[in-house]
Ligand binder design. Structure first.
Ligand SMILES: Nc1nc2c(c(=O)[nH]1)N[C@H]1C(S)=C(S)[C@@H](COP(=O)(O)OP(=O)(O)OC[C@H]3O[C@@H](n4cnc5c(=O)[nH]c(N)nc54)[C@H](O)[C@@H]3O)O[C@H]1N2
Ligand SMILES: Nc1nc2c(c(=O)[nH]1)N[C@H]1C(S)=C(S)[C@@H](COP(=O)(O)OP(=O)(O)OC[C@H]3O[C@@H](n4cnc5c(=O)[nH]c(N)nc54)[C@H](O)[C@@H]3O)O[C@H]1N2
Ligand SMILES: [Mo]
Length: 630
């Protein structure tokens, strides 16, 4: 952390691009010029021609809300973010079934199923909780086509073919129903559509599911029984690996239904319905909805917009390139590096290079920042104070600005200084983050002093369970919806159907391998910090990981350079042959400039429900690129 914030190449001065040169510019002048250009765009094309893009670098809490607030204060509905390739599809699937997202109660669980997630790399603090539950006797099931550290500590590993998780979920539901292992009372009392669900599940016998997914029938039955034995203290955590698929949301919706059959929803050791902590609302969607301005992607992917107020980034890139459905000519981007993180990087590059105004706020001069007209140095997490609500433990934390760097601006200061120049400063009345934090806490009964006092945060309520006993679920019907009337109204199937046969269709002779892009690595995050940790730990280059059997067939040894080609692009990188990789699958991490996997990922192969791009099931071709050993 210290190396990141004190890195010698950290941006410290605002810069303006003049021709191909960067010139340093005073912050006030930069903001004046940016505001002036924004006003010109507003006069010429309307405010909606300017978009805002927030990235993973500032997370999902108040910094995100400030960016959203700016949009609606100034008049543009076009807010883009990494959320629409990150967690929205899981959130929407869970919200369709339960009316809310759920949080895992790992500490009390007796059976934990990790489905498409590898917390040993991605969420070490979750993995620590899982390990202590294991010590207390919890069983662990991992559902992942490949091996990993979590797999090695599991009781049972199911390896479905990529993207066939929906068939597996239906298979598990059929076993639970067929063997009478589901929670009859819970299902009767709190769900909608069980008869439809049970009828549809009939087709998914263990043998049919084995043919579709490759998971042996005996393992499927064993998994269902393990889950049911531990119920209701039996939880399923679904990860990012499930989302980057064309059928991602429907697969996730069917997985969500299993929890209700197990009766493990909001039960001790199950999946909790989070207690709310009423921070004041920063967004202005109610005050100034702007829906009539046709937010980008809201027509194509209405659920993404209705549930998360997210515009669709891939449609946004097209709008920048084509001017359709209307011109998008300016972009204010903070804490993101879409040139490496969004699919079809070639199109992102072209779209950003053609903008009239691109402003990038970052700690470093990233690939995206290099295309900007203005680059502004941003305050890092160690230079900010902000609230974090931990809904798995009902705690709220307040970070301290541990160091001060007068030359950087935090997110509040940036949006506020721009709003003031654009005549909407009254929407950003807080002089600094401390004032904002007080305002956010005003209705909670908690004062910042309370939070600072406790090094482990402030516990706002005891963990609560079984809230459904005296409260309807926040769905349309007030019940858990196996069958969704609201999806049916939009022309989608009521049940999260799975079209059998998808699993078998996957081999394209031109592109015979499937690419999983973006499995998380321990020593860096997204496109950042690859070479920043101590030399022993730093990741120096990306690898294409393939199985020993595939390597033999291709005549490739570990360390050889390979060329991986998809329908959209090609890249050459070092191979790594791993015993535990799955045959037919190549894995490449994302976020590397020298081998950018998002040149291979398509932008026209999206989940029809939420618009999520397909990034974990991309047909590719692999060939040796030469015999040079690295
Ligand atoms: N192929 C493929 N692509 C993927 C994924 C995948 O699995 N496969 N995963 C997707 C997912 S889940 C996500 S979340 C996205 C992430 O994609 P992005 O949102 O683009 O996130 P990062 O690549 O981590 O880039 C974050 C940037 O924020 C900067 N930064 C760090 N701290 C701060 C700060 O405090 N303030 C500011 N202003 N900037 C800061 C960093 O220097 C970095 O440049 O990528 C998506 N892209
Ligand atoms: N160190 C580190 N930590 C991170 C990040 C980072 O870049 N570095 N990124 C953060 C971000 S933005 C996110 S969103 C999270 C993501 O964290 P997780 O949700 O844990 O996602 P991954 O680590 O990518 O693991 C996804 C797993 O899904 C599997 N998978 C892929 N396709 C399928 C499929 O079709 N079916 C099944 N069943 N499994 C499949 C992959 O093999 C992989 O093991 O991690 C966060 N934490
Ligand atoms: Mo993410």
């Amino acid at each position: 952390m210290i190396e990141i914030v004190n890195a010698p190449d950290r941006l410290t001065r605002p810069m303006k691009r003049v021709g191909s040169q960067w010139v340093e510019i005073d912050l006030g002048t930069a903001l004046d010029e940016i505001a002036e250009k924004l006003e010109v765009l507003k006069r010429t094309y309307g405010a909606r021609s300017v978009a805002v893009w927030k990235g993973e670098g500032v997370g999902f809490a108040q910094q995100e809300m400030l960016a959203r607030r700016f949009c609606h204060a100034w008049g543009t509905p076009n807010y883009f973010s990494n959320d629409s390739t990150c967690f929205c599809s899981r959130w929407i699937a869970s919200s369709l079934v339960y009316g809310t997202g759920l949080v895992p109660d790992y500490e009390h669980a007796r059976c934990i199923t990790l489905w498409g997630s590898n917390p040993a790399n991605s969420h070490p603090f979750h993995f620590a909780r899982i390990k202590s539950a294991r010590k207390a006797g919890a069983r662990l099931i991992v559902i992942d086509p490949r091996n990993s550290e979590v797999v090695r500590s599991a009781d049972l590993h199911l390896r479905p073919r990529l993207g066939t998780d929906g068939a597996l979920a239906w298979g598990l539901m059929r076993v639970l129903i067929h063997e009478g292992l589901y929670d009859h009372e819970f299902v009767k009392g709190y769900t909608l559509g069980f008869d439809e669900l049970a009828a549809y599940a009939q087709t998914f016998t263990p043998e049919v599911v084995e043919r579709e997914t490759g998971v042996p029938a005996t393992q499927l039955i064993e998994a269902a029984r393990l889950m049911a034995e531990a119920a209701p203290s039996s939880l399923i955590y679904a990860g990012n690996g499930l989302e980057h698929h064309v059928r991602g949301t429907e697969n996730l919706r069917s997985i969500a239904c299993i929890g209700a059959l197990l009766g493990s929803i909001d039960r001790v050791g199950g999946s909790r319905w989070p207690d709310s902590f009423p921070l004041a609302r920063l967004t202005l969607y109610q005050e100034n909805p702007l829906d009539d301005l046709n937010p980008i992607g809201a027509r194509e992917y209405p659920l993404l917009y209705e549930f998360n107020q997210e515009c669709h980034t891939l449609t946004g890139i097209d709008a920048m390139l084509t001017g359709q459905p209307y011109p998008v000519r300016g972009l204010l981007l903070t804490a993101a590096n879409p040139l490496l993180s969004n699919p079809r990087s070639d199109k992102v590059q072209q779209a950003f290079a053609g903008l009239d105004l691109l402003v990038v706020r970052d700690l470093f001069l990233t690939e995206t920042a290099r295309l900007a007209h203005y680059v502004l140095p941003a305050a890092s997490f160690l230079e900010r104070t902000e609230l974090h609500v931990d809904s798995t433990h009902n705690r709220v934390h307040l970070t301290k600005a541990a160091i001060s760097r007068p030359e950087t601006q935090d997110e509040l200061a940036f949006w506020r200084s721009l709003a003031q120049r654009l005549g909407v400063g009254d929407q950003f009345p807080w002089e600094n983050e401390t004032a904002l934090n007080h305002w956010l806490l005003q209705d909670t009964g908690v004062k910042p002093e309370h939070i600072i006092d406790g090094p482990t945060g402030y516990s706002f309520a005891p963990l609560s369970y079984e809230k459904w006993r005296d409260r309807p679920f926040p769905t349309q019907s007030g019940r858990i919806e196996f069958a969704s009337p609201s999806l049916a109204d939009r022309g989608f199937p009521r049940l999260p159907e799975y079209p059998l046969g998808d699993g078998a269709l996957k081999v394209d002779p031109l592109f015979p391998f499937l690419l999983i892009s973006g499995n998380r690595q321990k020593n860096y995050v997204g496109s950042r910090y690859q070479n920043r940790s101590s030399p022993g730990n730093a990741a120096k280059s990306p690898f294409a990981t393939i199985s020993a059997a595939d390597a033999r067939d291709l005549g490739i040894a570990s360390g050889d350079l390979v060329t991986v080609t998809s329908r959209t692009g090609s890249l050459t990188l070092t191979s790594r042959v791993a015993d535990d990789a799955a045959p037919g699958i190549v894995q490449i991490p994302f976020g590397w400039a020298q081998a950018n996997v998002n040149l291979l990922t398509p932008d026209d192969c999206n989940d029809p429900v939420t618009g999520f791009p397909s990034m974990k099931e991309v047909p590719v071709h692999i060939a040796p690129a030469g015999r040079i050993r690295q």
